[in-house]
Design a binder for this molecule. Structure first.
Ligand SMILES: C=C(O[C@@H]1C=C(C(=O)O)C=C[C@H]1O)C(=O)O
Length: 362
């Protein structure tokens, strides 16, 4: 049996709890207002000097029964939560956010859409090596009814002594094959100076993983009206990835496709670790279409099909993978590209899955 005294004390606590709750939320609203002011002025949200001064002022009025250190700890937690609230509000105001635009962005590539609910495939060789090589892959893609072809002309390689790509000559080959076979071309550009030249050759400009935070390049592609495929940096958080896309949209170009391509972790069984949950997170947080590059995330031919299936099941707008007529002699990424028969098998499996998924989703 509880004594009436204990019940009364607990009733008091219940009331005080509600008062604290009301005050905490009142404080949070003021914090949000301060956040808006800071946003307008472009100043840093975190202000340690202000936090220290506030703590000193609080402790001057403190006379127990809590220890001063305990009070300090509790208020520091409040400051931390307040800062997070300001940062959350900031994130929600990004142009790429769902909050800013609830409906999906559909990127149009010569009449084919990415982000319209139908799952697509972007295939092609890692690097452009010759007209014959690109043409052979394009013809195989055409046989499968595909139209979006990737291929690298500028190759940012880890070693300066590795094949660096054919440059503008590579872009010319891609365009020629595209015109002959009805493909659209997605190719990486690595410097702001090359963007203008690229406009004549490519249908989608790719910003590669190593350039995800090359802000000048992001701004330059943001000033064009070409769709941009932005790859996630090798060690970029989802937040950094979203901010990189914001750089492009902030310049006016909203035709952005996000590409998850694996991140660097301690795991060495795969070249990178495919962050599969990034797909639904990006789709929830932003309105942009999301593609999964299974080749670079795994670096293993035997994992292309299972990871592509996972990408489709989790709701990716497209799957991207590499195909080469003779991977063994490829000038880059030979261990991970499919040959033509493997590509056809891969596509047949994924088309079956696509059918099944579209039935279960209706
Ligand atoms: C509310 C502000 O933003 C942050 C949160 C603070 C707080 O909760 O008191 C204090 C300083 C900032 O780190 C502010 O600058 O006043």
């Amino acid at each position: 049996m509880m004594t009436t005294e204990l019940t009364q004390l607990r009733n008091q606590i219940d009331e005080i709890n509600l008062e604290i709750l009301k005050l905490l939320n009142k404080r949070a609203e003021v914090v949000q207002e301060i956040g808006k002011q800071k946003e307008k002025q472009g100043v840093n949200r975190f202000d340690p000097v202000r936090e220290r001064e506030s703590l000193e002022a609080i402790l001057k009025h403190h006379n127990g029964p809590f220890e001063a250190a305990t009070i300090q700890h509790i208020f520091k937690e409040i400051f931390k939560a307040s800062l997070e609230l300001q940062e959350d509000d900031h994130r929600k105001t990004l142009l790429v956010s769902r909050k800013a635009k609830p409906e999906n962005t559909i990127v149009n590539i010569n009449g084919e859409a990415i982000g319209d609910g139908e799952q697509r495939f972007i295939m092609g060789p890692c690097a452009v090596e010759s007209y014959e090589q690109v043409k052979e892959v394009a013809l195989a893609m055409k046989q499968q009814g595909l139209t979006m072809m990737r291929g690298g002309a500028f190759k940012p390689r880890t070693s300066p002594y590795d094949f660096q790509g054919l440059g503008v000559e590579g872009l010319r080959i891609l365009r020629r094959v595209a015109n002959e076979t009805g493909m659209s071309i997605i190719s990486e550009i690595v410097t702001p100076e090359d963007v203008e030249t690229a406009l004549d050759y490519v249908d989608v400009i790719q910003v590669g993983a190593r350039n995800m935070q090359n802000f000048e390049l992001l701004k330059t592609v943001g000033r064009t009206n070409k769709p941009v495929l932005l790859k996630r940096g090798i060690a970029a958080t989802i937040e950094e990835f979203i901010n990189a896309a914001e750089y492009i949209l902030a310049q006016g170009n909203g035709q952005i496709i996000l590409c998850e391509r694996g991140i660097r972790t301690y795991e060495r069984a795969t070249r990178n670790t495919l962050d599969i949950s990034a797909v639904p997170i990006l789709k929830k947080e932003t309105h942009l279409p999301v593609v999964v590059d299974v080749t670079h995330s795994t670096g293993r031919r035997d994992l292309l099909l299972p990871t592509a299936k996972a990408a489709m099941a989790i709701g990716a707008d497209a799957v991207m993978a590499e195909v080469h007529p003779d991977p063994a002699v490829a000038l880059s990424d030979s261990a991970q590209q499919m040959n033509i028969p493997q590509f056809h098998e891969f596509m047949d499996e994924l088309k079956t899955l696509k059918e099944r998924l579209s039935k279960t989703l209706v």
